[in-house]
Design a protein around this ligand. Structure first.
Ligand code: DQA
Length: 147
């Protein structure tokens, strides 16, 4: 059976490519999804991609992953720094999580230094641009048992 990874992108990441390009680069969300899909395919995984600006939609997508996904890659955007609910959803479904941030959040404003998600993630990748998503796929594929 083919295994699947859930790719979750939070608020404002739909604007990738045009949003603050000096910070987030010029690649689009579609480029991110393509990269995740092609990397995952190399390891025999399918990908379901979800982006939303609404916390509850992200939580519902995480809950649904319990049915048919083996792992979650998430860039929670600004919810990283605010959302206990998102963290509780991730711990609730008990799947391995890779947290990705395009920018180096530690080199930015103080309020971006704390993540509610990191403590429940298998790995955290920051500041590698969209390549960070590729690293996340590779790491999760390494952690998961073979099909
Ligand atoms: C981000 C960093 C967050 O602080 C910010 O709110 C984002 C994007 C990143 O990918 O670097 O929306 O998660």
């Amino acid at each position: 059976m083919t295994q699947r990874m859930l790719l979750v992108n939070g608020p404002n990441l739909n604007l990738l490519g045009t949003r603050e390009p000096a910070t987030y680069g010029t690649d689009t969300l579609e480029d991110v999804i393509d990269l995740v899909q092609s990397t995952a395919a190399d390891f025999g995984f399918e990908v379901r991609a979800v982006q939303s600006n609404h916390e509850g939609v992200l939580i519902d997508a995480i809950h649904a992953a319990r049915e048919d996904c083996a792992a979650i890659i998430i860039n929670p955007g600004a919810f990283t720094h605010t959302s206990i609910a998102l963290r509780d959803a991730l711990t609730g479904v008990d799947l391995p999580v890779a947290e990705v941030h395009l920018s180096n959040v530690h080199a930015r404003e103080e309020f971006r230094h704390h993540s509610y998600i990191s403590a429940v993630a298998e790995c955290v990748i920051v500041g590698a641009g969209i390549q960070g998503y590729e690293f996340a796929v590779r790491r999760l594929a390494r952690l998961l048992p073979k099909n």
